[in-house]
Write a protein of this length. Structure first.
Length: 444
């Protein structure tokens, strides 16, 4: 229940739910579009209070909220309160966030990770279509985690993840670990429930329960290893698929990887990061290369986890910053296979590699760098300012009355900013589009 705005990987989600309505209803699944994101989130929070109603006709409700990055920002207060209250014993809440890291169709780039962390909501990050069911990192099948935690759960998605494949399934019955003991009364929503009791469960139990679940279900795991591994790579979400492709493009076959000493760690739950798996992955490594979009999440947690190791066993940590605390991977640019191939090669060439492997990596990286340089230098033979389609109402609606000003938001009317036409006194930015409660262009 929500309303996603255009341009995110979830943009067509509501259309598919509408199309499948008759199939969903026979399984007692109701799709109810929200007026806006925070009203939808509030309704989802209310769905977890079913057990408090004397007229309840069902044992519980599983609620799914979905929205683009701005919707996540907007719903911070609801997420925080709903997560503190918790989900029902026989219910669960899943929040799907569609991020546009490269701002391809957004007024600003988005990264919802920090918003989920601020509300203390653990989040999963599936990397592609095929893993949603097979690997158990898609939140659709992790209602067990939500019920055990009695909390909301985030599922972070970007442009690398647009669907799912049911060809592989795995048993996810492990809802807890021998290393985690539930507090009296469990972790689910109840009433009366003092705010300080809610916070105590949230701070002292729920995060640790998520970590225990992640370890018991191997949500994070080693996917490539070598007999004498010395160089580790950690990645989550789309970045994991990008680095796998970069390795293929560089000619790093399993045989070459074994000679280099590569070890690869796939992270399905970036926060909270399960610490024991990190330490097991890090044993014997000289360096760990951490790959993630935009601001670092995993990198800071790994540094914290390994900080107290002895100097002779603690590996170098390189990601957004290198071992000299200099910037390495970009903060403000979307990562790509080509950029990662170049960055990875730079780090690998610091090792004492087989000369033939080093020459191969250098040649491949030079080719990628040359191609990127050519693309940057390319100049279109003809440039044309985008304009409205024939008959588009925005062509006339953006012509404001004399003495008035309008503010453009996300949408095709934004093109009015580029025009030097009469009566188009347009300024950036107004409130975002229709689903945000404002209108595309606001007159003053």
């Amino acid at each position: 229940m929500s309303r996603d705005t255009g341009g995110s990987p979830l943009g067509g989600y509501d259309q598919q739910l509408f199309a499948a309505r008759k199939h969903l209803e026979q399984y007692n699944i109701k799709f109810q579009p929200g007026v806006n994101e925070d009203l939808a989130a509030t309704a989802i929070w209310g769905s977890q209070q079913l057990n408090l109603s004397p007229g309840a006709r069902h044992d519980g409700v599983v609620g799914i909220w979905y929205g683009k990055g701005p919707g996540v920002d907007r719903c911070g207060d609801v997420f925080r309160h709903g997560n503190a209250a918790g989900s029902a014993k026989n219910g669960g809440v899943l929040c799907l966030a569609g991020d546009d890291h490269g701002a391809k169709s957004s007024t600003v780039p988005h990264q919802s990770d920090h918003a989920f962390i601020s509300a203390l909501m653990p989040y999963l990050y599936p990397s592609s279509i095929h893993e949603n069911d097979r690997d158990g990192t898609a939140g659709y099948r992790d209602v067990a985690l939500q019920r055990m935690l009695g909390r909301h759960e985030g599922d972070h998605r970007d442009r690398g993840d647009h669907g799912r494949d049911r060809s592989h399934r795995r048993d996810e019955a492990l809802c807890h670990s021998d290393r985690f003991e539930m507090p009296p009364g469990g972790l689910n929503l109840r009433w009366p429930d003092d705010r300080f009791d809610q916070d105590r469960r949230l701070q002292d139990y729920k995060g640790f329960a998520a970590i225990a679940f992640a370890r018991a279900n191997k949500v994070n795991r080693i996917t490539m290893d070598s007999p004498n591994a010395r160089f580790g790579i950690m990645a989550s979400g789309k970045s994991y698929e990008d680095i796998r492709q970069a390795l293929r493009e560089l000619g790093v076959t399993p045989e070459v990887a074994a000679k280099i000493g590569l070890r690869l760690y796939k992270i399905g739950m970036p926060w909270p990061l399960e610490p024991q798996g990190v330490r097991e992955f890090a044993v014997g490594l000289e360096e760990i290369f951490i790959i993630e979009e935009r601001r670092e999440i995993v990198e800071n947690q790994v540094k914290q986890e390994l900080f107290n190791w002895r100097d002779d066993v603690r590996p170098r940590i390189v990601g957004k910053m290198d071992e000299h605390d200099k910037r390495f991977l970009p903060f403000a640019e979307e990562l790509s296979v080509a950029s990662l191939a170049s960055s990875l090669t730079e780090r690998l060439l610091r090792l004492n590699l087989n000369p033939e492997i080093a020459a191969m990596l250098r040649a491949k990286a030079d080719w990628f760098n040359g191609r990127m340089a050519t693309q940057m230098q390319a100049v279109a033979p003809i440039t044309r300012t985008p304009y409205f389609c024939s008959g588009c109402p925005h062509n006339t609606s953006t012509k404001v009355p004399e003495g008035s000003r309008a503010f453009a938001g996300i949408g095709c009317h934004f093109m009015a900013l580029w025009m030097d036409s009469q009566h188009r006194d347009i300024y950036p930015y107004g409130r975002r589009g229709r689903s945000m409660g404002g209108c595309g262009s606001l007159h003053q």
